[in-house]
Design a binder for this molecule. Structure first.
Ligand code: SOE
Length: 381
């Protein structure tokens, strides 16, 4: 238990920065300040969010002894430098995913957090849906039997229009992978964690469906009108194989009309199956050979973790914001010294960077590609 409210600063003022600030407050922390892309924007946002300090830049945050934790919500390419600086200054860090745009930088951050003795948490927040925990608990108890097949998709449509753009389109800011790093990473984190599997190798095909998009922050009118060639994928078709030889597939898209944030997975076991849909997170489908059923979230039934994360009675819908609040609550408890099961931390960020890296290598070579640089034993044999 914390003795006083955790003092947080959010750096980065986009959609996800606002989500963090809201969740910090909901989790009982205090948003002490904000850093946006310019001092003037920091000041404007501090007023809008009603926070005490508008920091001109990160150096001012690092020098403020009252700050406990820095939330890094800036474009991906800035994460490594900013999170490392925060950890070295003795701050805890919550860093948006992808933790870094290279495996080397992600590993560097993990080592820096270890050396500094600080928590580095990564918001793979879909782990915090109560019914995701329910499936995980049932899988741990062997209810589904041995995995036969794992499949699913993560589909969005916010990049469907050829006029849609974002800093993520620019590989220099977002990294070489866009759709897979942004949302495929969530699917892989979630499925590995829920099913208790480890993907060993991957083969992936990536495609760009809009060859040109407007420049995110055009510096000239000509650039804005003409657009810029796109080098990061809109869609990905990915086949995976676990270390135990279970096949998996995931389809990732940011251009699927009508799909807003549809993370969906099905785990097919030798005894039973389980389905989770992020857009309908209040129920799960449990399939059996003779009969199947729909289980609804209910704080009065089910696994201990489902009950812990169910803060509203059954039928009173919880969702994404509740996941974020619960994640930040757990991260802050870890910062206060508690051992928290299921909190995604630096190791999970490194794992995700390895997956992104393997997907990119596989798309380049069109070959099955090991996910870690250390070849798994069964592949080395
Ligand atoms: C945009 O694609 C985005 O906000 C992601 O960055 C988040 O991680 C995901 O949870 C929702 O979509």
């Amino acid at each position: 238990m914390t003795l006083r409210r955790t003092n947080a600063v959010v750096i980065g003022a986009g959609m996800i920065g606002t989500v963090h600030a809201t969740a910090v407050r909901a989790a009982g922390g205090q948003v002490r300040g904000v850093v946006a892309s310019t001092p003037a924007r920091s000041a404007r946002l501090a007023t809008q969010w009603d926070v005490p300090v508008a920091y001109p830049d990160l150096a001012d945050v690092l020098a403020d002894d009252a700050v406990d934790v820095i939330h890094v919500c800036t474009p991906n390419a800035l994460h490594a430098h900013q999170a490392a600086a925060a950890l070295r200054a003795g701050k805890h860090v919550i860093c948006e995913k992808p933790l870094a745009t290279s495996v080397a930088d992600a590993r560097m951050l993990e080592a820096t957090a270890d050396e500094a003795g600080r928590v580095l948490a990564v918001p793979f927040v879909y782990r915090y849906h109560p019914l995701v925990r329910e499936i995980r608990a049932r899988a741990e108890q062997g209810e589904f039997g041995a995995w036969q097949l794992i499949h699913g998709s993560y589909l969005q449509d916010w990049m469907l229009s050829e006029q849609s753009t974002n800093w993520r389109v620019d590989a220099e800011l977002g990294g070489r992978s866009r759709a897979f790093a942004d949302i495929g990473s969530h699917w892989c984190d979630l499925v590995e964690w829920v099913a208790g599997v480890r993907f060993a190798e991957v083969t992936a095909r990536l495609a760009i469906t809009r060859p040109k998009r407007p420049v995110a922050e055009a510096t000239t009118l000509r650039q804005a009108a003409g657009g810029k060639p796109v080098a990061t994928e809109d869609v990905a078709a990915v086949l995976l194989r676990t270390a135990d030889d279970v096949l998996a597939s995931v389809t990732v898209s940011q251009v699927s009309a009508g799909r807003k944030n549809r993370l969906w997975f099905e785990l097919d076991g030798s005894e039973a199956s389980a389905v989770f849909d992020q857009e309908q997170p209040e129920s799960i489908w449990l399939g059996g050979p003779e009969s199947s059923r729909v289980v609804v979230r209910d704080p009065l039934t089910g696994s201990a973790e489902q009950q812990r994360l169910s803060v509203l009675p059954a039928g009173h819908a919880q969702g994404y914001a509740d996941c974020f609040r619960a994640f930040i609550g757990d991260a802050y408890a870890a910062m206060a010294g508690e051992h928290i099961v299921g909190l995604p931390t630096a190791g999970d960020g490194v794992r995700s960077a390895q997956l992104v890296d393997a997907v990119l290598r596989s798309a380049d070579t069109l070959a099955w590609t090991p996910i870690t640089s250390e070849l798994p034993e069964e592949l080395a044999a």
